[in-house]
Design a binder for this molecule. Structure first.
Ligand code: MTE
Length: 340
């Protein structure tokens, strides 16, 4: 792993209280003690760039989770029907230790951190979400990634009895997604288990969902039940549904319009219907961290916003081990403005 990623948050964004932390996730977690500690100097220095987190009501009331319906309010209305305990994730394919990993066991081994990330939907709206979660790389290390692995495939749970939306063939079920192995191992890529220090609500992808902040939101697949390491590019839901409009990479790119609308600007959820649209940033503002992943690729020529122009040389990744949590950065906690 090249480096750890730091939040850009200020001292005033930090609460000294453990009260905002997700208790279920933190008990037994190596991060518990660290989470109560202070703030790094670098975080203070980067304060000016810190975005304002979107309100809880907007993050949990305006959703895309088609398994519960296509309306933005449908997931909040119906997702409580999803049974999220017990939960396990099957990790298989090119790994040393394939198997069903119980969610509770995963939590015990992961360090839960706070990550304040921008979320940019391909529909040209955006939010800022204070996620709780752990790096996907750490989860993959549990299973032991083999050197032949080049891609990671993800699958959402499919339960027609609990998911009213799947009775309609809007897209092919189950929802599937994929990343290149170096994207999956990048320190910005997390599995989220909470928002604002609370368990992640069902409508946002409980009990654990992928978050890849430099890609359009549809790559951040919810309620993951299977992760498969492969040597071939896996199929992805929106690419299967409409390959002309949605590609495998789908990096946020304001210079490449969607065939039906501009991607140059975005509507910031929670700022009111008549608020000024905000310019969309290349790689959603994470270019410094991730642009190097796409060196040599043509980012401008396709609607994908990052489809490979030709074969890509993938980095040679050694099988990884779970890191010693003692050397982790101190998690920085965003101020929680609304908690319920
Ligand atoms: N995952 C599943 N399983 N089903 C979905 O419909 N929608 C995607 C993504 N993950 C979706 C999904 C889209 S289009 C977006 S923008 C984000 O989830 C929205 O995440 P949020 O509802 O937490 O804001």
């Amino acid at each position: 792993m090249a480096h750890r990623w730091t939040n850009t948050l200020t001292e005033r964004d930090v609460t000294p209280e453990a009260v905002f932390l997700n208790r279920r996730q933190l008990i037994g977690s190596a991060a518990f003690g660290l989470a109560l500690s202070g703030l790094t100097g670098r975080a203070r220095a980067e304060a000016a760039e810190a975005p304002e987190p979107t309100d809880w009501d907007d993050i949990t009331g305006y959703n895309n989770y088609y398994e519960f319906g296509t309306g933005k309010g449908d997931p909040a209305k119906y997702a409580h029907r999803l049974t999220i305990a017990p939960w396990s994730v099957r990790i298989d394919g090119l790994v040393d230790r394939p198997g069903d990993y119980a969610f509770e066991d995963i939590l015990k081994k992961m360090a839960i951190e706070e990550r304040l990330y921008r979320l940019r939907c391909v529909e040209a709206w955006s939010m800022v979400v204070p996620w709780n979660g752990f790096e996907l790389a750490d989860l993959l290390a549990l299973a032991g990634v083999q050197s032949a692995a080049r891609y990671v495939a993800f699958e959402t749970v499919l339960r027609p009895d609990e998911m009213p939306g799947v009775s309609r063939p809007v897209i092919e079920w189950p929802y599937v997604e994929g990343l290149r192995i170096d994207e999956a191992m990048h320190p910005l890529t997390i599995m989220a288990t909470g928002i604002y220090g609370r368990d992640i609500p069902n409508q946002n992808g409980a009990p654990l969902r992928l978050v890849v902040p430099w890609k359009y939101g549809f790559k951040s697949i919810k309620s993951v039940v299977r992760i498969t390491l492969t040597d071939t590019e896996p199929p992805t839901t929106w690419n299967k549904a409409n390959p002309r409009e949605y590609g495998f990479y789908s990096n946020v790119n304001p210079q490449v319009d969607h065939p039906r609308w501009s991607q140059a600007t975005e509507r910031v959820i929670g700022t009111g219907l008549f608020a000024r649209r905000q310019p969309t940033l290349m790689f959603n503002g994470y270019g410094e961290e991730v642009a190097g992943l796409y060196a040599g690729m043509d980012l401008a020529s396709s609607s994908d916003g990052g489809r490979a122009a030709g074969p890509v040389d993938l980095p040679d990744l050694r099988p990884c081990r779970v890191r010693d949590h003692a050397d982790r950065r101190v998690p920085v906690l965003p101020r929680v403005r609304r908690l319920r």
